[in-house]
Write a protein that binds this ligand. Structure first.
Ligand SMILES: Cc1ncc(COP(=O)(O)O)c(C=O)c1O
Length: 461
């Protein structure tokens, strides 16, 4: 098309394109259609018990921020759409979506190498890791490929794996490990919504030697939060050779993970939840101990694509500022990931503030729902995730009644997924921009929609 343009036009177009290409995050120029969201931020009825956000929530969220103020985060350039309040994918900030529209750039070019390099460097900050022998990875894929990476590289046929099981996603992780020949023992808490105790875990580790123990940091099916720090420290004191593997798909960038201090060996996540980026990336972080286990395998890695030995030199090359190829990276997704990481992972202060904001928002959501007489699936607050809430339906109301009614109010929620209680509960996501930027009104809009819909279905409290 440029070839058919007259010279001055072509020069202008070329200049615009190369300006865009050199700009990771467009700042003032919207590059998507300028539509505001169709929903209106909700105002609560003044006589309601949830009419005013608790003071702590308001104060906390009014603070100003060191790099990019959360209050400037915007969705002004996005087409109207139902507010996506599921536990991932989540609502996006304009800058992150704009970064996805980066023009074509070769994945081995110096321009892209710099983008990949900075992304890997910021992942070290995200995990509070300064150990040069630990290694971040960014692969094309979703959270699930992380399970394959664990199975194919840390498991050899017959190896024992202890799965701390807090719901559907722990079951699935166990299934994935069995594909690679693991002998899996599941350890559960006393009821759905609980987690195994430290005493149970210690006894299991003393009774048998496990190659790996897996912790689903937040099981997205139940909203149960596990205490990675306490478990990891326990494992390293009772069974130091056991690798601590964390499924952080619903926790990374919402809940803290202090990789070196807590002596974690492997974290896997996807891009579409706490990382606040479109789906499409698998993000991994491996300790030196985990990489040694891979190096010293008796059999080759059990996968072609999900092979740490194949990806390790590629990540090391990118991080040191050189290009390398094994399989094509998801170029535009990496641009979006970097745009997102630059918003919250450039310093530990920024990260701590992000965690605190998620915790405050989570308390607000859970308090509001509790005041309305609704019960969470997680048995207590200490075991509850900060980026999502799983809520039991009131007696006599089904998801088939509630969710379409809430959607009519322009809010998308998720149904149940845990097989034993699937029809009895629903799930609300409160991660990323929805949790950190109350001026967008997402949280109040979602809560209002839920409570109004329940009222229309005859629920009183
Ligand atoms: C805790 C957990 N682990 C793993 C997965 C699988 O990730 P994905 O759907 O991105 O493949 C999910 C998905 O929601 C999850 O919540």
């Amino acid at each position: 098309m440029l070839r058919n343009m007259t010279n001055p036009l072509r020069n202008t177009a070329t200049a615009r394109l190369s300006a865009l290409a050199n700009q990771l995050v467009p700042t003032s120029q919207p590059i998507v259609a300028s539509n505001t969201l169709s929903y209106q931020p909700a105002t609560f009825p003044t006589n309601s018990s949830f009419s005013h956000p608790p003071q702590r929530y308001q104060q906390h969220n009014q603070q100003q921020h060191p790099s990019r103020s959360y209050s400037t985060m915007s969705q002004a350039n996005q087409a109207a759409h139902p507010l996506t309040m599921i536990p991932g994918p989540i609502e996006f900030d304009d800058e992150v979506l704009a970064a996805m529209s980066h023009p074509a750039v070769p994945h081995t070019s110096p321009t892209f190498i710099k983008i990949f390099q900075e992304s890997l460097q910021l992942l070290r900050k995200l995990f509070f890791s300064t150990d040069p022998n630990a290694q971040p990875f960014i692969l094309a894929g979703s959270g699930t490929i992380g399970w394959d990476v664990v199975g194919a590289n840390l498991i050899e046929a017959g190896d024992a794996a202890l799965v701390l099981n807090t719901g559907y996603f722990s079951d699935s992780f166990a299934d994935a490990l069995e594909v690679y020949g693991a002998k899996v023992d599941n350890l559960k808490g006393p009821q759905i919504g609980s987690k195994p105790s430290l005493e149970q875990i210690e006894a299991a580790l003393k009774a048998k030697t496990y190659k790996i123990i897996t912790i689903t940091h937040v099981d997205t099916s139940t909203g149960v939060l596990s205490d990675v720090e306490a478990i990891s420290k326990l494992v390293k004191s009772v069974s130091p050779q056991t690798l601590v593997v964390v499924d952080g798909v619903c926790s990374v960038a919402v809940e803290p993970i202090k990789f070196d201090d807590w002596k974690v060996d492997f974290v896997l996540t996807g891009s579409q939840k706490g990382l606040a980026t479109p789906s499409g990336l698998s993000v991994l972080f491996a300790s030196a101990q985990a990489l040694d286990v891979v190096k010293n395998r008796k059999s080759p890695s059990g996968s072609y694509f999900a092979s740490i030995p194949r990806w390790l030199p590629i990540m090391q090359a990118y991080e040191s500022g050189k290009g390398a190829y094994f399989a094509t990276p998801a170029v535009q997704n990496v641009y979006a990931l970097l745009a997102s990481l630059r918003q919250f992972a450039t310093s530990s202060e920024q990260l701590e503030e992000r965690f605190a904001k998620h915790a405050a928002t989570s308390d607000y959501v859970k308090d509001t729902l509790a005041k309305a007489g609704l019960k969470t699936v997680s048995v207590d607050r200490e075991s509850s995730a900060h980026g999502m809430t799983a809520v039991y339906l009131p007696e006599g109301i089904s998801n088939a009644d509630l969710l379409p009614l809430v959607l009519k109010k322009n809010v998308a929620l998720a149904g149940g997924i845990h097989k034993e209680i699937v029809s009895k509960y629903f799930r609300v996501g409160h991660m990323g921009i929805s949790a950190t930027t109350p001026s967008l009104g997402h949280i109040d809009t979602a809560l209002n929609a839920i409570l109004e819909a329940l009222k229309e279905l005859g629920y009183t409290y």
